[in-house]
Design a binder for this molecule. Structure first.
Ligand SMILES: [Zn+2]
Length: 133
């Protein structure tokens, strides 16, 4: 049945706590905010003055108190506080070459009558369009 769960009775523990010299006091609201920032280093309290300092100097980026936990780099945007490397990675993931993009490259090369040479690991390659038989 819903709502019929009986709450555990801690009265014995409380009695023991008081017997051992424990004091029961009313909780006081200190207005302190002690979040656990360990997950998002961008929100680290120590970053606030660093970011403000960079802002005052007109710098677009700043080095945070500790590196980003996701990518391990230390460069954040002063304006948005976003990790720049994480932003770049997101952008790269978005601009991954699709079949459509590759086809567009083919049309471009054909139209220009050009080929592209590039080197990878010391080996030269040529990217060119050929007529299919
Ligand atoms: Zn990052």
């Amino acid at each position: 049945m819903i709502g019929s769960k009986i709450r555990p009775d801690y009265s014995d523990k409380i009695a023991e706590f008081v017997k051992n010299g424990g004091e029961i006091k009313q909780a006081v609201n200190t207005n302190r905010v002690d979040f656990n920032f360990s997950v998002s280093t961008g929100g680290l309290k120590q970053n606030i003055p660093l970011r403000k300092d960079a802002e005052a100097k007109g710098l677009k980026t700043y080095a945070p108190f500790s590196p980003c936990e996701k990518c391990g780099t230390s460069e954040r945007s002063t304006k948005t506080n976003a990790c720049l490397e994480c932003d770049r990675r997101r952008a790269r993931a978005k601009t991954g070459l699709s079949l459509k993009n590759l086809e567009a490259v083919g049309h471009y090369l054909l139209g220009k009558g050009e080929s592209i040479e590039f080197t990878n690991d010391g080996q030269k390659y040529v990217l060119k369009v050929e007529v299919a038989i």
